[in-house]
Design a protein around this ligand. Structure first.
Ligand code: PLP
Length: 411
């Protein structure tokens, strides 16, 4: 079972789904009466209430939400967006399909963007910073926000992996100009595939809504001929997904507290190993605690620990490390011509992405292992516990990990 939400699937999700099936209304639009359960709209309202965001738009994936977010920020040919080299591929590919160039930046011990490196990579072309809250932990939002403000550029928060995490008591996703979440099967709550965009800015919301639904304005009643501001596509969420997410949303508090208790129990045990460190969090209380990231003294020691427990280092993550994104390194897109790579009219400089270009990120990831607390992903964190596991099992697994670390370090 990949993420925490799916581990808790049960009668509540079935009851919500049954409502939709009985109503025979499966698209997000329906009549304003009791015959239409309006699950997608209900889920959007539930997220607005929980996060405090003024606007929430449910879509069919986190990737779609990123594309809508970048478009709403006005990203296009000739623009650059700063993204971390440790992220899921979609943060990078959605910038590319917005026809802008991703500029890869280093992460620091927060495992999220290093603000000093971000600042160093800003050019007159930089239009946005994409802060990614990796592995459930908030990025250094205060610093990143202040850099964005100082340079007059936008801050997008990719909170796909951190639904439910907070930063200084605000939900991640609601601090920047626009934020996105994912509800794929590895995420805090899930409907299989789904996503969401949140913002306080009405213009961003209306732009994203129109792009996601063939150019229409929010919550249309029909085909609004003559009133569509621009051409859109279809990234709508359907009612079956909305129904499952509504049930999952009610389990958020329970998910968070269970994950945090298991994280604390595992951390207390692993912390006793001399030489071991943990991810530095700008807000430890806000981490949603799907992962406990352990930093070993050297890459060799980390590799030895992975051999002993049957895991991988974060450098070995197939999805999340820039140097493993062969299609990015080769600059291959679905249509070979045009911006951002074949785009002499707006940017004649070659776009270079190569393994080794982020030495600090490479070095940190090669020394680090995620002890899974609630996301079991063979490409990221195969060893640890899952959502349904007890605190006793979390302690037992942490003892095994700690034993492997002691043996590898030689203490
Ligand atoms: C950091 C990050 N951004 C974006 C996405 C894309 O989300 P989705 O799979 O819903 O398209 C993911 C999904 O794994 C992710 O981890």
């Amino acid at each position: 079972m990949p993420g925490p939400g799916i581990d808790l699937y049960g009668e509540e999700e079935l009851a919500e789904l049954a409502d939709v099936v009985r109503s025979q209304r499966i698209s997000r639009y329906g009549p304003d009466d009791a015959s239409f359960p309006a699950k997608v709209r209900g889920f959007e309202e539930a997220v607005q209430a929980a996060t405090g965001a003024k606007y929430a738009l449910a879509v069919n994936s986190g990737t779609s939400a990123l594309l809508l977010g970048f478009a709403a920020l006005g990203l296009g040919p000739g623009d650059e967006v700063i993204v971390p080299g440790f992220t899921f591929i979609a943060t990078i590919s959605s910038a590319i399909y917005s026809r802008a160039r991703p500029v890869l930046a280093e992460i620091d011990a927060s495992f999220d963007l290093d603000p000093a490196d971000v600042e160093a990579r800003i050019t007159p072309r930089t239009k946005a910073i994409a802060a990614v809250h990796m592995l459930g932990g908030p990025a250094r939002l205060r610093e990143l926000r202040s850099i964005a403000e100082r340079h007059g550029i936008a801050l997008l928060e990719d909170a796909a992996q951190a639904f439910g995490a907070t930063y200084e008591n605000r939900w991640v996703g609601t601090v920047g100009d626009v934020g996105i979440y994912s509800f794929n099967e590895y995420k805090t709550i899930t409907c299989g595939d789904g996503g969401m965009l949140v913002t306080d800015d009405e213009a961003i919301y209306r732009h994203a809504f129109a792009f996601h639904d063939q150019g229409h304005s929010p919550n249309r009643k029909g085909v609004e001929v003559g009133q569509r501001p621009f051409l859109g596509l279809n990234f709508r969420m359907n009612e079956l997904s909305g129904a499952v997410l509504l049930a999952q949303m009610r389990k958020m508090a329970a998910i968070r507290s269970h994950l945090r208790a298991n994280r604390d129990a595992a951390r207390d045990i692993i912390a006793q190993v001399p030489g071991v460190a943990f991810r530095e969090s700008p807000d430890m209380d806000g981490d949603v605690a799907t992962h406990l990231v352990v930093i070993l003294p050297t890459a060799e020691i980390a590799a030895e620990v992975t051999r002993r427990v049957g895991s991988i280092t974060l450098a070995g993550s197939g999805w999340h490390v820039y140097s493993h994104m062969e299609h990015l390194l080769a600059r291959r897109t679905a249509t070979e011509r045009g911006c951002p790579f074949d785009c002499a009219a707006t940017d004649a400089r070659p776009a270079e992405y190569r393994a080794g270009m982020l030495p600090a990120t490479d070095a940190l990831l090669s020394r680090s292992i995620s002890f899974s607390i609630g996301v079991q992903d063979p490409n990221l964190a195969p060893f640890g516990v899952r959502m349904r596991d007890s605190i006793d099992l979390a302690r037992e697994r942490a003892e095994i990990f700690a034993g492997a670390a002691r043996a590898a370090i030689g203490v």
